[in-house]
Design a binder for this molecule. Structure first.
Ligand SMILES: *Cc1c(COP(=O)(O)O)cnc(C)c1O
Length: 314
């Protein structure tokens, strides 16, 4: 497993032109299993697992997902058995190839049966004397939020050290723990940055609700009193760039992925980072934002870049 100091990922100015000073924080370069936000979160989950003597890790997530890959990889490196509860999807992805190579045990389920499947798997493991640990899909929960409070603190350190303030921070938002951590971190430090989550799957109503609840419960848990309206003011969940929902993309996204690779040598994928980067680009244009300091957080997913590359020209 990686040393926590290695989570402090590179942050630097990009060449790509969006009429603003564009910076990027490369969480995709966190040095374990192709990095990404799932590694940041998993480091805290596995700390909990190791410190408390759990002996089997169970998670819910697509067998094509970055989350499942990272959990299976860390479990493998510790020699802890891992069970992934997944829906049955046909698509063959590099994440899936990797998960198979880590010998994770995959339990398929129907979408209506997820909860009872999880309960079954957990109670079966307990009945044979195991002490299993459950990680929510995407690494959602208190620790997932905490991981991105820490990331926000890294951003603050960069700002202080370099005497710069980011006017906007953009990233792909899915289950919402990345966003709840960043927003909590910003509330705790009184930062003025606008934090804009570009939704890659959920509509505004549902997405905003989930992020709001995560922030509220995180702050309550650490005994910090911040009002609901203060949270709401800081919460920008933008669902305008969803297209047809999760994993849908268009020609513009493909182009931007190609351009960013050509100009900055940074791999993005169509589902998460490419879509969010494209959403950011449109957001800046539509809100007439110019000459500001903008930070894009690269949340990882590099194996998806290679999957997307098959049959496409990148
Ligand atoms: C999971 C994931 C996200 C979304 O993160 P959440 O914390 O679930 O909102 C964004 N980008 C990548 C590459 C991911 O794998």
């Amino acid at each position: 497993m990686i040393d926590k100091n290695l989570l402090n990922s590179p942050l630097y100015k990009m060449k790509y032109d969006v009429n603003n000073n564009l910076y990027i924080k490369r969480d995709d370069l966190i040095p374990f299993s192709f990095g990404g936000n799932k590694v940041r979160k998993a480091v805290l989950f596995f700390e909990d697992i190791i410190n408390n003597g759990y002996d089997h890790v169970v998670t819910y997530g697509s067998r094509s997902s970055n989350h499942s890959r990272v959990i299976a990889n860390i479990a493998k490196s510790y020699g802890i058995p891992c069970t992934i509860i997944s829906l049955d999807e046909k698509e063959e992805t590099f994440n899936f190839e990797l998960i198979k190579s880590f010998n994770a045990n995959i339990e398929l389920t129907e979408v209506d049966n997820v909860k009872s499947k999880i309960d079954n798997v957990m109670s079966n493991l307990k009945s044979i004397g195991n002490n299993p640990y459950f990680i929510q899909g995407g690494g959602h929960g208190q620790l997932g939020t905490e991981a991105y409070v820490q990331a926000f603190n890294e951003i603050l350190e960069y700002e202080n050290y370099n005497d710069i303030e980011f006017d906007y921070i953009f990233f792909a938002t899915g289950t919402g723990s990345t966003q709840s951590g960043l927003v909590s971190g910003s509330l705790l430090s009184n930062s003025q940055s606008n934090i804009v989550g570009i939704s890659i799957g959920r509509n505004k109503k549902r997405g905003e609700d989930v992020v709001f609840q995560s922030i509220e419960s995180y702050l309550k848990n650490i005994n910090v009193k911040i009002t609901q309206s203060q949270i709401k003011e800081k919460l920008i969940f933008e669902d305008k760039y969803l297209l047809d929902g999760y994993s849908s993309y268009n020609k513009e996204i493909k182009n931007i992925v190609k351009e960013v690779m050509n100009i900055d040598g940074i791999p993005l994928d169509y589902t998460y980072t490419g879509k969010a980067f494209w959403g950011m680009h449109n957001y800046l244009r539509e809100h007439n934002i110019k000459d500001k300091n903008i930070l894009f957080i690269h949340t990882g997913g590099t194996p998806l870049f290679f999957t997307d590359m098959r049959g496409n020209e990148i």
